[in-house]
Design a protein around this ligand. Structure first.
Ligand SMILES: Nc1ncnc2c1ncn2[C@@H]1O[C@H](COP(=O)(O)OP(=O)(O)OP(=O)(O)O)[C@@H](O)[C@H]1O
Ligand SMILES: O=C(O)C1=C[C@@H](O)[C@@H](O)[C@H](O)C1
Ligand SMILES: [Mg+2]
Length: 182
């Protein structure tokens, strides 16, 4: 039987990491963790509050602490949805690459904008021009998501269930390939 490793989802705000992560954890009977939610639970406060009181730097420290703790637990039986900025620190990228199958959920800037427009929960987008912010973040982060990713899945023209099925198929194909060459 093929051993399925931990699955970690990366990608920009609005890529669907939380939504798709939950769906695939159910299909794979794995535990689901959302790193933003873990950070909020640990802090006893929400993300806007953390950004306001501690700045982005304080949030990033909490993010690295939470990622380290989850990866150390390493049950081999989890799906982890990360936050959009997880790839900004090299130590996080090293942790991500360590022992998990990392899936980059790709979304164009216009889809990111559309999908994030209904929420005010993302402090980095509370600017006059969220589209310009998303574009700038994408330029910096897209190569970093690709650097850590085992698989890249395009999400633009797909409903969440179709994206989840695409991710599941790609994971199965990847694991089959790995076992047939080793
Ligand atoms: N493939 C999709 N098609 C249409 N809408 C989607 C799709 N995936 C997610 N959404 C919607 O987009 C919004 C943002 O999705 P979600 O919160 O899962 O993104 P995220 O990648 O976790 O973002 P963040 O990095 O901010 O945590 C939600 O309202 C969700 O229902
Ligand atoms: O892209 C980002 O830097 C962020 C994405 C969200 O998931 C949260 O982690 C937070 O709002 C920062
Ligand atoms: Mg999320």
């Amino acid at each position: 039987m093929i051993k399925v490793p931990n699955i970690i989802l990366v990608g920009p705000m609005g890529a669907g990491k939380t939504t798709i992560g939950r769906l695939i954890s159910q299909s794979m009977s794995k535990e689901f963790y959302d790193l933003d939610k873990v950070i909020e639970d640990n802090a006893g406060a929400d993300i806007p509050w953390i950004f306001e009181r501690e700045g982005e730097d304080g949030f990033r420290k909490r993010e690295t602490q939470a990622l380290t703790a989850i990866i150390q637990e390493d049950t081999g039986n989890s799906v982890l949805a990360t936050g959009g900025g997880i790839v900004m620190r090299k130590e996080n990228r090293d942790l991500l690459r360590d022992d998990a199958l990392v899936v980059y959920l790709y979304a164009s800037v216009s889809q990111q904008l559309y999908r994030t427009s209904k929420s005010t929960h993302r402090p980095l987008l509370q600017t006059g021009d969220p589209k310009a912010t998303l574009r700038k973040l994408f330029e910096v982060r897209d190569p970093l998501y690709r650097e850590v990713a085992t698989l890249v899945i395009e999400t633009d023209a797909r409903h969440p269930k179709a994206v989840a099925n695409k991710v599941l198929d790609a994971i199965k194909r990847h694991l089959n390939m790995e076992t047939s060459v080793s």
